[in-house]
Design a protein around this ligand. Sequence first.
Ligand code: PEP
Ligand code: MN
Length: 337
Amino acid sequence: MIVVMKKNASTGDVEHMVQRIEGLGLKAHVIVGTERTVIAAVGDDRRAHKGSLESGPGVAEVVPILAPYKVASLEVKHEPTTVRAGSLTVGAGTIGVIAGPCAVESEAQILASSRAVKAAGATALRGGAFKPRTSPYSFQGLKEDGLKMLATARDATELAVVTEVVASEDVPLVARYADVLQVGARNMQNYRLLEAVGNTDRAVLLKRGPSATIDELLLAAEYILDAGNPNVMLCERGIRTFETHTRFTLPLATVVYLHAKTHLPVVVDPSHGTGHTYLVPRMAAAAVAAGADGLIMEVHPDPENAMSDGYQSLTFEQFAETMATCRKVGQALGSKF
Ligand code: PEP
Ligand code: MN
């Protein structure tokens, strides 16, 4: 349920209602908007009486949240959420660009990548230190050594670091080095991992599972929000369909749809979404045209010899050209790029 407070409700009124809600065994999420404050009362609300909450001090009305996801819903918070992590700002008209190699391979590789993507206008650096690979025989990442290399690149460029965490027990370690914790497509429904990242103060990039519906993506985000972490970015990275010419099928309607359902920012990954370098630049621009709040792209100094995902990685030059095109599209639509 949403407890909508009156415009002139005092902080004492809000605090009182939070206690009433918690007394009913529900969790209270206070959302302070420019117009009004609302309190989302979430949990099993069968025992909560709409009428008795409605009679509380400073309460304007109590309305049910119809969507299956609650805190993520636009019903609870009408204004778009901006996620900030160091140099990265995503949402509410500001487009963030996260770029870098699929995997951290060496200090030289990540340093060169970070300098090149920054020069072209990227606002955060990506690079996997823990890689979730389809085959156990593929390169699994440099783990903590890779995290240290990312931290070195951040020191050199001041770019925020976005890196994946694949297991809940690794969250404290990865959070020590990362500005943004990436939850990969394969882990979208790893609920213990979602709770663990929800318990940190790091922003989270949550990638859509290749077979997950949009409601399932939003319910996965809800786990992170419910744990108390409001800084969640959703990422459309392509889904599995009958089509085999692209690695995944990248549905850009997701961006428009999500903006109609949630206040959370939406990032698009045209690299994994297509699986081919030549498809990335135009799909990146198309994502910006669809209203994406951010892009995440794979960029490598030598894609041909990359240890993972070289076939979908941009060279430094291709990335700079892609950025120039995306900037034009973003600016034409009035976004800050
Ligand atoms: C990645 O970003 O390198 C990655 C593994 O992506 P996804 O989880 O979308 O497959
Ligand atoms: Mn990859």
